[in-house]
Structures are given as structure tokens and as C-alpha cells.
Design a protein around this ligand. Structure first.
Ligand SMILES: Nc1ncnc2c1ncn2[C@@H]1O[C@H](COP(=O)(O)OP(=O)(O)OP(=O)(O)O)[C@@H](O)[C@H]1O
Length: 320
């Protein structure tokens, strides 16, 4: 079995939109030539400012979106090359937890129906009694009293709803779970409980997580490695949470986070300048207009993600 469960190989994703009332279509690149291995059994965090392509990456991972270019391979299989039936079989092994799990669930479903729905969608045959038993087991695994199964989502708190979202993701016994801002809409204390639950499930079930978040403190706490994205591209892949930041963007981003530990707290640096438009990408480094180290080369030549002696970084002038 390969150490890599999921691989993005030169993946790009474009979106088109109408330009003005009489204008033609114009295209923006939300994910740009991304090559990334997601190692089995680890938590890979994806961070970056709003609009940098994190959610698009999450959807590409599960083939909820098709890449415009490149390949997304799960367990070595290019998802775009699978028949619909084979893709459905693969999807059983890869699930997603959304920020708001109930945005995609029928509000007239009971909690039990919501947890059992993946069995129907994926054609997993169970008698009603077996399905009920399984739903109770997964609710318990997600830290919920199975007695809640008869209730409706609107009768649950935010944290309980997210636990139902997690139970639903577990129902098909996946290997990979993509977590797209799973705690972003929860209170801090509930957030901590959900993260503790996810950490426990990962150990117990040997899961792999792709964890999308804009919360840098949380990513540093929960993830084994961190992918830093900027305008659709991975600019640095930190192999551990204490690895030195070599891309000027990573350093500014990390320094702009508020750290609870006063020992580790640095002077907070605000990110200045605007992110270039994804409709009109600059020819060189997309971070150059905001970077104090930018040279003429940075404006002219796009840096590629190269594995230096330390770890992959896409910068002409990486920091020591
Ligand atoms: N379906 C779509 N149609 C057109 N543009 C889209 C679509 N989905 C995403 N985009 C655009 O792609 C870019 C990346 O969006 P994405 O949601 O992936 O970013 P993000 O990093 O997850 O942002 P946030 O943290 O705010 O959720 C944005 O400019 C967004 O407007």
C-alpha cells in the first residue's frame, strides 16, 4: 500500500463568468498547477487567505469538481478516468465534513435518516434494522446519544449538528475525510470538543484528514503538515508545524495570527496590499506586489514549487 492516499498532479481549475452586460466570458483560475501528495494516516492542513482556492481544492479532492487540467488520483486511480459506478465505489472511501453540514441535508430528515442516507446514495444494502443499528453506532462514535436519532436538525445545537455531520461522514467507513472549515461556525469551547473528537477518531480508525481552515492557530495545533496557498497555488509545504517558514508569504501569514501563548507570541504583523485578481494574473510571482523582498525577477518569472534542501517552497528568494 502506497504512503500517498491522494495525489494532485498538476491540477488546475478554472471558472468562467460573464464580463459585464454585453461582454464575453472571462476566466479565472481558482487552483493553479497544484502538485501535492496527501500522506496516509496524517493530517494535512491547507491554509491561506479567503478566496485562495481552499474549498475548490477540497471539492477537487472528492471529484465534486472536475479539474480543468491535471489529475487527482485516489489510491493511485485517476478519478476523472473512472466510470460513474467505479467513482461511486471510490467515493465510499473518501468523505467530506462541511462547515455547515445541514446545508446539504433535507431539513425534514430525522437525525437517523441523515446518517443513513449515505447507505442509499452509495447502494449499500442493509435491512432497515441493520441500518438503524449502524446509525446508532456512528452517532455514538461521534459522541452523540443515539436517543437523539428521532429528532430533527433544528432541535440540535451547532456542535451537535456538526457531530451528526461527522457521524454521516463515518457511515461508509472511509479512509480519507476532507474537513472543510469544520469548526468555523462554532463557539471556541465547542470547537475544541470537535477537534478532540476528530483527533480521537483519527487514531481509533486510522483515518487520513485533509483539513481546510483559515484558523492558523488551529492548523498549527491539529495538523502534521501544512500546505500554504496563495492565489490558487501552493507556495510552501511545511513538513511539520515547527518547520521554519521559508516563503515570505508564509511568514507574514503566520506572524499575523494571534497566539495564545505569550512566550511564542510575536509582534503581530498585518498583511498589507491587495491580492492580484485571479482574472488577470501577473506574469511573475503573485505575491511580489506585497513582498518586501521582491526583485525584478519576481515580477517577471513565476517561481515553481521546488523541493529545496529543507522542504518545497515556491520563491526566488526563500528565507533562511
Ligand atoms: N462555482 C464557482 N464559480 C465561479 N467562481 C468560483 C466558484 N467557486 C469558487 N470560485 C472562485 O474561486 C476562487 C477560490 O474560491 P474558494 O471558495 O476555493 O476559496 P477559499 O480559499 O475556500 O475562500 P474562503 O476561505 O473565503 O472560503 C474565488 O475567487 C471564488 O470566487
Amino acid at each position: 500500500m502506497s504512503d500517498t492516499i491522494l495525489r494532485f498532479d498538476g491540477v488546475s481549475r478554472d471558472f468562467s463568468s460573464q464580463k459585464g452586460f454585453f461582454g464575453g466570458k472571462r476566466t479565472m483560475r481558482a487552483v493553479d498547477s497544484l502538485t501535492l501528495d496527501v500522506p496516509r494516516g496524517k493530517v494535512t492542513g491547507v491554509v491561506g487567505e479567503s478566496g485562495c482556492g481552499k474549498s475548490t481544492l477540497a471539492r477537487l479532492a472528492l471529484h465534486l469538481l472536475k479539474p480543468t487540467a491535471g489529475h487527482v488520483c485516489f489510491e493511485g486511480n485517476d478519478l476523472a478516468g473512472l466510470t460513474p459506478a467505479a467513482l461511486r465505489r471510490q467515493r465510499r472511501h473518501m468523505q467530506m465534513v462541511f462547515q455547515d453540514p445541514y446545508s446539504s441535508i433535507n431539513p425534514r430528515f430525522t437525525i437517523r435518516d441523515a446518517v443513513m442516507e449515505p447507505f442509499q446514495v452509495h447502494g449499500v444494502r442493509h435491512t432497515r434494522a441493520e441500518a438503524k443499528d449502524k446509525a446508532a453506532r456512528f452517532l455514538e462514535m461521534a459522541g452523540l446519544d443515539p436517543q437523539l436519532a428521532e429528532r430533527y436538525p433544528q432541535q440540535l445545537s451547532g456542535g451537535q449538528k456538526q457531530r451528526v455531520g461527522i457521524a454521516r461522514a463515518l457511515a461508509l467507513e472511509p479512509d480519507l475525510i476532507v474537513l472543510d472549515e469544520p469548526t468555523a461556525s462554532l463557539d471556541v469551547s465547542i470547537q475544541a470538543q470537535i477537534i478532540a473528537l476528530l483527533a480521537d477518531l483519527k487514531t481509533r480508525l486510522g483515518l487520513t484528514y485533509l483539513f481546510i481552515s483559515h484558523d492558523l492557530g488551529l492548523v498549527r495545533y491539529f495538523c502534521d503538515r501544512i500546505v500554504v496557498m496563495y492565489l490558487g497555488a501552493a507556495v510552501e509545504i511545511l513538513p511539520s508545524t515547527d518547520a521554519p517558514h521559508r516563503h515570505p508569504y508564509t511568514r507574514t501569514l503566520m506572524d499575523s495570527a494571534f497566539l495564545p501563548d505569550p512566550e511564542r507570541r510575536k509582534t503581530v504583523t498585518a498583511m498589507t496590499g491587495e491580492i492580484p485578481s485571479a482574472f488577470e494574473r501577473p506574469p511573475g510571482c503573485a505575491f511580489a506586489p506585497r513582498c518586501s523582498l521582491a526583485s525584478s525577477r519576481c515580477y517577471a518569472e513565476k517561481p515553481v514549487l521546488l523541493t529545496t534542501e529543507r522542504h518545497p517552497v515556491a520563491c526566488h528568494h526563500p528565507l533562511d
